[in-house]
Design a protein around this ligand. Structure first.
Ligand code: SF4
Length: 412
């Protein structure tokens, strides 16, 4: 049997899509070892130039020794050129992923990008190599942030069928999964097209036997509704939310065509912090128009937010987006300096949060590396645990631990 290796780049939605492909594949053997593979399926990302470069250098590094297929968001932006250069054998869109067996057997090179309005209905019963389960609940995005390529490669927002999602969670819970991460392109828009809501789905999920903790992918500030605020004290919801701001200068938010407003963001974050939530955000530095004056204002506003986690990038010009034509452009080195500046600010806030938290940590141990069992607590902070016992895949509660800059440490 030919061996297939799946290489997944990018976000949690891609992790889910790769699992769907693995579950749909017939007549091939899946290998976790790239060296053993005859075929490599790349589930690509195209959110930044860097993402495109990573995919391209990965393909180059395979030196033409394997039969390579490209899917994911990069299929829509880079597929054609990579096929023309004979660097890959075939390209297929995310909507076609369940047809993977037929694609891998195609003798001739091909390109089938499929339908950007497709809604998945598959059920996966495992997450190979994972101790927590990623559940895709929606796809696509109706926002039009001026720098973002995603709506053009993932389509408009559409929700998965709720009964199928709950069936999916039940199946994975029976197979031993207790932690579920809800993912999608714009998770918070779940249910807007199907007369339900994220909060309602999470409440129903929490009733399923075996569901212990529900985590969320990135959500938009305006999607934290009153209904969502009512579930914030539930024991099954993680005490961490990743809420995408992208910037903290009111002027820059307008330039980036963002829907969030700094004053409201600050009120929301203060409300969540009072409830003991750790809060993460996305931030783009160096977007065209980010003058020194606006940057200074953004830093002042960032200092005022009770943030604990950061997912930040320097601006990446994406062809076909409104920002690609915007001026003045910001020098790449300056954008990087600004990125490091905010990373330092948030790292200090994270350390202060961990030092000030007085309570037990509820942890799912995910792996064992360098002599430590590693996992994340309810605040999505990493913990390194020393133990004689095999803790992999276990839930543990820890009261005594050391807070160090890079992580918390415990012995059990
Ligand atoms: S919300 Fe904005 S940044 Fe996020 S996927 Fe949609 S358009 Fe892109």
């Amino acid at each position: 049997m030919k061996k297939v290796y799946f290489k997944t780049f990018g976000c949690r939605t891609n992790l889910y899509d790769s699992q769907v492909m693995m579950s749909s594949l017939e007549g091939y053997e899946i290998t976790q070892e790239e060296a053993d593979a005859d075929v490599v399926v790349i589930n690509s990302c195209t959110v930044t130039n860097g993402a495109d470069t990573h995919v391209r250098s990965y393909i180059k590094a395979l030196k033409g020794e394997k039969k390579v297929f490209l899917t994911g968001c990069g299929a829509h932006t880079k597929g054609e050129s990579l096929l023309k250069q004979n660097l890959i054998h075939g390209v297929f869109g995310q909507s076609e992923k369940q047809e993977i067996t037929a694609f891998l057997s195609k003798p001739e090179p091909f390109m089938e990008l499929g339908d950007l309005n497709h809604i998945d209905d598959v059920i996966v019963d495992d997450f190979i190599g994972k101790s927590r389960a990623f559940i895709k609940i929606q796809e696509g995005c109706n926002f039009r942030c001026s720098y973002c390529i995603i709506p053009y490669v993932r389509g408009d927002a559409r929700s998965m069928n709720e009964a199928r999602i709950l069936e999916q969670v039940q199946k994975l819970a029976i197979n031993g999964f207790g932690e579920f991460i809800l993912t999608g392109t714009n998770v918070g828009s779940y249910g807007q097209d199907t007369k339900t809501s994220l909060a309602s789905l999470m409440k129903k999920m929490s009733q399923i036997r075996g569901v212990r903790r529900i985590r969320l992918g990135s959500i938009e500030p305006i999607q934290i509704t009153d209904e969502f605020r009512e579930i914030l004290d539930e024991p099954w919801i993680e005490r961490h939310l990743h809420i995408a701001l992208q910037h903290t200068s009111p002027k820059m938010l307008k330039v980036m065509n963002r829907r969030n407003v700094y004053r409201q963001d600050r009120e929301l974050f203060e409300f969540l912090a009072q409830k003991g939530y750790a809060i993460g955000t996305d931030f783009i530095t160096g977007h065209p128009g980010e003058s020194q004056e606006l940057w200074d204002e953004a830093i002042e506003n960032l200092h005022a937010l009770p943030l604990t986690h950061l997912h930040a990038f320097t601006y990446s010009k994406r062809d076909g987006t409104p920002s690609a034509a915007m001026k003045p452009e910001i020098n790449g080195t300056l954008a990087k300096e600004r990125l490091h500046q905010i990373e330092e600010i948030i790292a200090a806030k994270n350390l202060a949060f961990r030092r000030s938290f007085k309570g037990s940590l509820d942890i799912l141990i995910e792996s064992h590396k360098d002599g430590f069992y590693q996992g994340f607590d309810q605040h999505f902070n990493k913990i390194m645990v020393k133990s004689q016992e095999d803790l992999e895949g276990n839930w543990i509660t820890v009261d005594n631990y050391d807070v160090k800059e890079e992580a918390n440490y415990a012995q059990v």
